[in-house]
Unconditional design. Sequence first.
Length: 143
Amino acid sequence: MDPAQALRLLAEDADDLEIISAALQDAVAHIGDISWEPKARRLTIAVNRFRWEVADAGHERVRAAIQLGGVMAVRARNLRPEAKDAVVQLLAVSFDPGEAPGGVIIFAFADGADLAAEVECIDVALADLSTPWTTPRSPEHES
């Protein structure tokens, strides 16, 4: 991949996080690709991201990772950590403010699953990690 085409984004506020959420819409991941490191206070999720920014030119995915810093706790709903090979589809990433500058970053997945990370502040990085590959179709949504 041309490094100039690789997506590299940082979020330090809710507006920045909305941009990352748009880039991650319809990303897919295995549950085993979600890594919570309590001592390092870091949450990392490796995904296959649909490249919406080039969707008019073709349908591509790329391996990417999103990492949150300053994570104090993580809660999951309808995600079974023992099902490491189960695939989840990410719909959106949002921020629920708490005591400033902290709050909860919520990863909403299809089928009613979510992952909530309680954070000191918004400290999020998204980076493409691989060369893109062609996929036969784009994600579809009901109107």
